[in-house]
Design a protein. Structure first.
Length: 139
């Protein structure tokens, strides 16, 4: 069995953003040379997410609005976490809802997706460097 590791780095200009990272993950699969296996993609920061869904702008706007209604950023005093001097208590909750990671099967050297599936990096407390890990194992 072989394994391959690659990191992606992000520093978003906005506090909340969704970035389609499917091409980056597909490139990592190609670079790995693995034809059959599994690809793990996970956000290595507690206020960011990796998830799979459709690359449709209306859906992404719906997510942003739903998440903001679920865990509004302001007032920041509503979150006990922010008593530490942080202002990102909402971002931790948003990450928990959207998830830390995805695992995608690799079949014949390609990500084995269902219809319309794409991989996204979700940022909920942006404007600083954050990392995504891609770990591929297989033959």
């Amino acid at each position: 069995m072989k394994s391959y590791k690659k990191e992606l780095w992000f520093n978003t200009k906005n506090r909340v953003e969704f970035i389609n990272i499917t091409p980056d993950v597909e490139l990592a699969v190609k670079e790995s040379g693995i034809k059959e296996g599994l690809c793990l993609v996970n956000a290595m920061h507690i206020t960011a997410s990796v998830f799979i869904n459709d690359d449709e702008s209306g859906l992404h706007q719906d997510y942003k609005e739903w998440l903001e209604n679920l865990a509004p950023h302001e007032p920041i005093s509503r979150y006990k976490h922010n008593r530490t001097g942080e202002d990102n208590g909402d971002a931790h909750i948003k990450r928990q809802v959207m998830g830390r990671e995805v695992v995608v099967a690799i079949t014949d050297g390609m990500l084995d997706f269902g219809p319309w599936e794409q991989i996204f990096y979700g940022e909920f407390d942006g404007r600083r460097n954050k990392r995504v890990l891609i770990k591929i194992i297989g033959e």
